[in-house]
Design a protein around this ligand. Structure first.
Ligand SMILES: [Zn+2]
Length: 434
């Protein structure tokens, strides 16, 4: 890690330090050739308030990030939100009130949707949890039942749910607990008839409804009875809840949640794995007050400085760059962080003309301020090409037979493309590229 810390005499100073670091870190990652997104984050174990992570999309990443290519919105899926398209509601049947329907063996959303010929978006999914409640002193104290309801095509985000109910820990209910709290078997759980506890986690069952169910009508839901479902279920009319919150995980392709001056952003979310390469956050007074550190302000008054914390994962920059730019033959680094920007490969060093041309080219490139490696080893050309690929050098000049015509070959590793170049043009061309 590369770490830095800021100390300011007041919060406005910290805001300024934070913004400066944000701007500088963006420049650093841009110069390192990384395609990154800046994401609002938790400050984690060290505490603090405003917190931002810099992430690079890669299949090797350990976080899931949702971002909008249109407006730059980005968030960890543990926090990300999206706008949902309007759903066409089912027409009510009979008197329009909840109607019990026999649905033998249909415990899965797909079976229920097929049976009622509805979209899974019109089926209410229930996921039941046991939550470890925090006591008066903030310490974990006892386990309580939680029933979470959301659209059948949505997934519960347990981090969001845990945050919404303020639980210290969450685990799914077992069969005995389902009987105890919902008096029903898995696959047929539903909200109708459940008594929501008045205050979250103080007694009985906490009923949490995802925001995506608010305003919906005529839905299908489990009847808390083996082999039965209700239809015509309308949230608010047919059941109540302890709290409504955003507890679902966003999906790729859903609408961006950003509201711009001229209306909602038209972008669609991209969701993918990403690796963290940097993290900046406002640390606050935690350590300065614990250490009893004080400074004198301009008026000679003793004040406790407020801190910011800023980190870059140096090795992660390298690994993220490699993950971002590789193929079956190896990888190519951005010229700014490659060990050499260009390699001059003399294809046959026993040929005096090739060797001398290569040496001169390398000398000219070096004199022009380009970081150059001369490969004049007595090896076959193929071996040298392979080695250059394994070091990640982005550009290669092949000095071969065409030297007789005053030409060399320039290979751009990123596009695996090659072009012939007049010897006289090599330095200018490379300067432009790197
Ligand atoms: Zn957007």
């Amino acid at each position: 890690m590369k770490d830095s810390y800021s100390f300011d005499i007041d919060p406005a100073g910290l805001d300024r330090s934070f913004e400066l670091h944000d701007a500088v870190y963006r420049k650093i990652f841009t110069r390192c050739g990384l395609k990154f997104v800046a994401v609002d984050a938790d400050s984690g174990a060290m505490g603090g308030s405003q917190s931002q992570e810099f992430m690079v999309y890669t299949e090797a990443g350990e976080d899931l990030i949702a971002s909008c290519p249109t407006c730059g919105y980005a968030a960890n899926t543990e926090k990300a939100t999206s706008l949902l398209d309007a759903v066409t509601e089912m027409a009510p049947t009979g008197d329009g009130l909840p109607e019990l329907v026999l649905t033998p063996g249909m415990g899965a959303i797909a079976d229920v949707a097929a049976f009622f010929q509805i979209s899974p978006a019109s089926d209410i999914k229930c996921v039941a949890y046991m939550a470890l409640k925090r006591g008066e002193n903030g310490k974990p104290d006892s386990w309580h039942g939680v029933a979470a309801f959301l659209r059948g095509d949505h997934q519960v985000n347990e981090t969001k749910l845990q945050g919404a109910i303020g639980a210290a820990e969450l685990r799914t209910m077992n069969g005995d607990e389902l009987e105890q709290f919902l008096h029903a078997p898995a696959g047929f759980l539903g909200p109708v008839g459940l008594t929501a506890a008045a205050k979250a986690l103080t007694s009985g069952l906490t009923v949490v409804v995802d925001k995506g169910l608010e305003g919906r009508a005529n839905l299908v839901a489990g009847a808390n009875k083996l082999d039965y479902h209700f239809r015509n279920v309308t949230p608010g009319r047919d059941f109540s809840w302890t709290l409504a919150a955003d507890i679902r995980t966003v999906n790729e392709g859903e609408a961006c949640p950003t509201i711009l001056e001229n209306g909602a952003c038209s972008g669609k979310l991209v969701v993918g794995k990403a690796v963290e390469i940097g993290h900046i956050f406002k640390l606050g007074y935690k350590y300065t007050s614990a250490m009893g550190a004080t400074v004198l302000d301009p008026n000679g008054k003793e004040v406790t400085p407020i801190m910011g914390s800023y980190g870059i994962g140096i090795e992660r920059i390298l690994t993220a760059a490699i993950e971002q730019s590789h193929d079956a033959n190896g990888f190519w680094l951005p010229a700014s962080i490659a060990p050499f920007q260009v390699v001059v490969t003399v294809t046959n060093v026993t040929d005096a003309l090739l060797r001398e041309t290569g040496e001169k080219l390398a000398g000219d490139l070096d004199a022009a301020g380009i970081d150059v490696l001369l490969d004049d080893r007595d090896e076959r050309a193929g071996v040298k090409f392979k080695d250059a690929d394994l070091v990640g050098i982005p550009y290669r000049i092949n000095v071969g037979k065409k030297v007789a015509e005053g030409k060399v070959e320039l290979v751009n590793r990123a596009i695996a493309g090659a072009e012939d170049l007049a010897l006289a043009d090599v330095v200018q061309r490379l300067k432009a590229l790197v």
